[in-house]
Design a binder for this molecule. Structure first.
Ligand code: ADP
Ligand code: ZN
Length: 738
């Protein structure tokens, strides 16, 4: 089929499950249309609907018959949103993770942009009028509490954006309407982000003088035109300080910087640290943003108006003209791997690829590097830079194991830890306790017949939530009222085990004179609540901190001198090949919260198995020694990073259906003897949210061979018959295999 040569064919990525690009004709028709360019969004007809997609390539011919080709309806951007380099990163990701290209683009774009919005919608801000100020104590408001609350909220600031009101108040819009009618409040449209690209890059605060190790690290990073670096520095060694110095130099030469942080590592504290240091426009991309805030931040970055982009996993796809440096903080963190949904990518690995493609240095920082990165150092794919000592005068904390069998244990806390708490609190310091289990107790059991409250939808027990007086499943979110008697035998039931809520209760009884701050998803649902809690810790109002993972990452609490790890045993006997690595990382990271300033730090790790080799080795040899022997074990067992894995995960309404599908996938031909297809297996939690989950592992010692196998296999898996009601996803380089 021949085309008239002047007709340009646009190949467009559309958010559909189809694994290819779609051909459209360049827009014709009347009006001054911009010519479609790669990287621009376009609106196209698709069946009887219209979809927004991204032009990936221009071609002068198409395989599609000319009379079947339809024209693009509108070109949505005047300038490409994605550069050639951005497009090639996304194409690479679609290929490597074997995911439909259109869905990969959809994952890279904020929702509003995906829907065709330009992302620069002005924000609506609200403020009090003079009459509104005068009316603050008006008795007429006694019968309108919502209006009064809104008025009081607005009185706190000169202007309050709608998004902030959405977060702090519920159903405020009716109250707003009533107050506007009374002329007590008014709203305005604000266009933020005037072109700030040329803002002066002056430093706002004085920097500490780098230690000699920091200075050496900074020098090596600045001397490197490109390449990957592992900044391996103990907790509190001043890694962030190194990033900040290097970033300052990159900004000074006119380039921009991409900084990636773990999901809960992008704390207000870290953001403030960047804002205080640099007088440069920063776009922050994290889960706390509204859709329009996210779209605006993204567009600012793509147009070169932000000089620093700081964000979580998906920020790795943010276009950034004149990219000069990529930083990945806490590179070992599992939140860099997308583990849900269809497109399961590693932001760390993609960042390394992006750096290589755009020829800019990539810095991976961690106190507990992933075994992958350590192996990359051994293979000379990453350059190792170490910061072996804590910055300033801070000393490394002292770690001890507390044998839970040898001591009296008071509601989950052993005597030596209680005594140490007393000592540190009396000395005026703060104490931090870590327990990776929220709720009051992990199960509700009957003392008569041993019944324990099960989730109706999962192979799991329900967690007791005392304050809410409910039982909740932490896997599917189901909730039910808490029974007072056993539904099976009628005997009394009681909460068994300890979660953060219960530990808080225990400590409140034991140390009534010290204020407690609990950090978990039940107490801190919103960013503002987290900020307030951090403020109470930093002001010294809170003295005892108890929390889950939320408390362990990125925080710098200078007055914490004692850290207690309440249960180190949860993953000692896990079957997952990464469990030991994760546990060691958690222990070292939590321990790293102790003694970060003048006060000497002490860490107590409670265990039923203090003689376990993992724990003893970690304490005797530190993370580096532990990681070295862990790598030796992985090599012997041919686990990653010495082999490459892909997992086909599936779920269905019945156990038979999911196994049938995986068995059919396992029976597909494989001509490469260097690629092994393992037997399909039910997942550790077989039934979850009323579906049966199972998976099969494919492995090879050779990445290329595995990729070639997947190229042939995945389309055949997709074409397997009888998959109604079945869901599946391919997980390349999975973090877990069970
Ligand atoms: P990391 O990121 O490795 O945990 P940070 O960069 O947060 O470490 O530094 C830990 C603390 O030490 C911070 O309060 C920081 O301001 C301080 N710090 C960093 N470098 C120095 C230095 N060279 N001299 C004095 N204090 C420093
Ligand atoms: Zn459940």
């Amino acid at each position: 089929v021949t085309q008239e040569p002047r007709l340009k064919i646009c190949q467009v990525a559309l958010d559909t499950p189809v694994r290819r690009l779609f051909d459209y004709l360049s827009p014709s028709g009347p009006g001054p249309q911009v010519a479609a360019q790669p990287g621009m969004r376009v609106r196209v007809p698709f069946g009887r609907q219209q979809l927004v997609g991204v032009v990936v390539h221009l071609r002068d011919h198409s395989e599609i018959a000319p009379d079947k080709l339809r024209p693009i309806l509108t070109v949505l951007d005047e300038q490409p949103l994605f550069s050639e380099a951005d497009l090639s990163l996304l194409l690479w990701a679609a290929n490597y993770y074997h995911h439909p290209i259109g869905q990969v683009f959809a994952a890279a774009l904020p929702r509003l942009l995906r829907e065709g919005d330009d992302g620069l919608r002005p924000t609506t801000v609200w403020c009090l009028t003079a009459a509104g100020h005068a009316a603050l104590n008006d008795a007429a408001l006694n019968r309108a509490p919502k209006q009064r609350l809104l008025l009081q909220t607005l009185a706190q600031n000169t202007e309050t954006p709608s998004a902030a009101l959405n977060e702090s108040l519920t159903e405020w819009r009716n109250a707003a309407r009533a107050l506007v009618e009374k002329c007590w409040i008014e709203s305005h449209q604000r266009n933020s982000n005037a072109d700030a690209a040329n803002a002066a890059m002056t430093l706002r605060e004085t920097e500490p003088v780098p230690s000699s190790a920091q200075a050496a690290a900074i020098q090596r990073l600045l001397a490197a035109p490109h390449g990957g670096f592992l900044l391996d520095g103990v907790t509190g060694s001043g890694k962030t300080e190194v990033y900040l110095r290097v970033i300052a130099a990159v900004l000074a030469r006119g380039d921009s910087v991409l900084v990636l942080c773990p999901e809960i590592g992008l704390t207000p504290q870290l953001l403030h640290r960047f804002e205080q240091r640099f007088n440069a426009p920063i776009a922050a991309l994290h889960s706390g943003l509204t859709d329009s805030e996210r779209a605006r931040a993204w567009v600012t970055a793509a147009r070169g108006q932000a000089r620093i982009v700081i964000g979580t996993r998906s920020a790795v796809f943010t276009p950034l003209p004149r990219l000069g440096l990529i930083v990945i903080d806490e590179e070992h963190d599992s939140s860099y791997k997308q583990q849900e949904g269809g497109f399961r990518y590693s932001a760390r690995d993609l960042a390394l690829l992006r750096g290589a493609q755009e020829k800019v240095p990539v810095v991976l920082g961690s106190a507990t590097p992933s075994l992958e990165s350590l192996q990359n150092v051994a293979m000379q794919r990453l350059t190792h830079i170490s910061l072996p000592e804590r910055a300033g005068t801070a000393q490394p904390p002292r770690l001890v194991l507390v044998d839970m069998r040898a001591h009296a244990v008071h509601k989950g806390i052993a005597m030596p830890l209680l005594q140490a708490m007393q000592r540190h609190l009396e000395a005026g310091a703060q104490v931090l306790l870590y327990l990776n289990r929220r709720g009051y107790a992990p199960s509700l059991v009957c003392q008569g017949c041993n019944w324990s409250a099960p989730c109706r939808s999962c192979d799991a027990r329900l967690t007791v939530h005392q304050r809410a007086d409910r039982l909740a499943c932490h896997h599917c979110g189901a909730e039910e009222p808490r029974p007072t008697r056993c539904p099976r035998c009628g005997y009394e039931v009681h909460a068994l085990g300890h979660g953060t809520e219960r530990v808080e209760e225990t400590l409140a009884e034991r140390f009534p004179q010290y204020a407690i701050e609990r950090f978990d998803r039940d107490t801190l649902r919103q960013q503002q609540e987290l900020e307030a809690a951090i403020d109470r810790v930093n002001s010294g109002a809170a003295r005892i901190l108890i929390g889950t993972q939320m408390l362990t990452k990125g925080h710098h609490f200078p007055d914490v001198s004692l850290v207690g790890i309440l249960n180190a045993d949860q993953s000692l006997f896990s079957t997952d090949f990464r469990a030991a690595e994760r546990l060691a990382q958690t222990i070292v990271q939590v321990a790293g919260r102790a003694g970060r300033a003048e006060r000497a730090g002490e860490v107590m790790i409670q265990s039923q198995y203090p003689e376990h080799p993992l724990l003893t080795q970690l304490l005797q040899e530190g993370y580096a020694g532990f990681a070295a022997s862990c790598l030796t074990e992985r090599a012997a067992a041919h686990w990653p990073p010495f082999s490459r894995l892909a997992v086909l995960r599936a779920s269905a309404a019945t156990a038979a259906a999911v196994m049938r599908f995986l068995q059919a996938a396992a029976a597909l031909p494989n001509s490469d003897t260097h690629v092994v297809m393992r037997h399909p297996m039910p997942s550790t939690m077989h039934r979850r949210a009323d579906r049966y989950h199972a998976q099969m592992v494919v492995e090879s010692l050779d990445r290329m061979r595995l990729q070639k196998f997947l190229d042939l296999w995945v389309p055949q898996v997709e074409a397997l018959p009888g998959t109604q009601g079945l869901r599946w996803a391919l997980d390349v380089d999975p973090l877990e295999v069970f």
